[in-house]
Design a protein around this ligand. Structure first.
Ligand code: SAM
Length: 351
């Protein structure tokens, strides 16, 4: 929250908490925290309560995400001489190219956030992109941004759970996921739903959050890091790359490509660099430890003076823990948020 003008602080506080009433924020955050293994919660509880859990998380996290990350809420690894925002766009263009998106196609963006990737991919490819999101506040924010940028009619939002997408069978030309399907309570069921809506022969692609082959389920520290990532990011669990691909295949898709973008030889700056607790830089200052420190103090003052609701500091702490867990997962190479896949629904189901 550092370097915010009074007007920006006002707008941050106005959107902070989304649909949660300020008087209810503390209870909502406690409910969320108790679902997680770090507080004795279980995977079964998180899956049973996934809608509430995810909506609380994005109601409280979205203002922070937009402040620190801008409008695309996903990671990217950087190539030589590339800025943070250029690398984010490159990852989005890569998906559009792999899916062969073009004007006339109807495409789903699963778990679209406030529409950063959606607007970029629609502009880049000319396809009509429909962002599916179950979080009302994010859709409201995305709609404001669509108007603000005067984007074309090929950028749309659909308020829905991606486990039950309200579109007819065999009606969609392509679908993609930018680090969202990891929230699904049942990955096979989600990919079966995508299989239902895609036209035969069409593809789904995306980047998602997975434990890598370096993760050892018998290593206590590895498990602690995994629990922290789940806690800080509203995840029921984190599937391994192998489990992820198996789920896509079990739903009936043919997997055409799979690669961990974090592990490519041309990566110059890894995806977790932005979360490095020791990083200090003027480029992307808002993502440095100093900005976090000042932001934390500022939030304490705002909560103490009751300008920010009770529970705000707890949210900030939750997100700081998220950043630390992710950094550790990246540094140990046991976790990746950018596991890429491309999968096709067969032309003929009997093949
Ligand atoms: C990490 S954010 C990524 C947002 C977006 N893809 C981007 O890159 O900016 C995950 C998104 O998935 C959405 N989401 C999670 N579970 C969902 C569900 N069951 N149905 C629809 N959207 C969901 C969240 O509301 C959030 O917008």
């Amino acid at each position: 929250m550092v370097f915010l003008l009074p007007q920006e602080i006002f707008s941050f506080l106005r959107s902070f908490g989304g649909s949660i009433a300020p008087s209810n924020l503390e209870n909502a955050v406690t409910f969320y925290e108790d679902l997680h293994s770090v507080n004795g919660g279980t995977e079964v509880q998180r899956k049973e309560n996934y809608t509430n859990m995810i909506n609380i998380y994005y109601d409280v996290a979205t203002s922070f995400y937009e402040y620190g990350w801008c409008q695309s809420f996903h990671f990217s690894s950087r190539l030589y001489n590339e800025t943070f925002h250029e690398s984010i766009k490159r990852h989005e263009h890569y998906v559009a190219l792999r899916l062969g998106l073009k004007p006339g196609m109807k495409v789903l963006d699963l778990g679209c956030g406030i529409g950063g990737p959606l607007r970029e991919i629609a502009a880049f490819s000319g396809a009509t992109v429909i962002g599916v999101n179950n979080n009302e506040s994010q859709i409201k924010r995305g709609t404001v941004l669509n108007k603000q940028y005067g984007v074309a009619e090929n950028c749309q939002f659909l308020k829905a759970d991606f486990m039950k997408i309200p579109v007819p069978d065999n009606s969609i030309d392509a679908a993609y996921n930018m680090e969202s399907c990891c929230h699904a309570p049942d990955l096979v069921a989600l990919y079966k739903e995508l299989y239902r809506v895609l036209k035969p022969g069409q593809c789904v692609a995306g980047y998602d959050w997975c434990m890598t082959k370096e993760y050892d389920p018998n290593d206590q520290y590895h498990n602690k890091v995994k629990d922290e990532i789940e806690f800080g990011n509203s995840l029921p669990t984190i599937r391994s790359t192998t489990e992820y691909i198996q789920a896509i295949k079990a739903a009936g898709f043919r997997v055409l490509m799979e690669e961990d973008m974090a592990d490519k030889p041309d990566v110059h700056i890894p995806w977790y660099d932005s979360l490095n607790p020791n990083r200090l830089s003027l480029d992307g200052f808002r993502r440095t430890w100093l900005a976090r420190l000042v932001g934390r103090q500022m939030l304490k003052v705002l909560e103490f003076t009751r300008i920010a609701p009770k529970g705000s500091i707890e949210v900030n702490e939750l997100l700081e823990r998220s950043g630390n867990g992710l950094y550790e997962g990246g540094r140990l190479r046991i976790f990746t948020p950018i596991f890429f896949y491309l999968a096709q629904k067969p032309h003929n189901e009997n093949i």
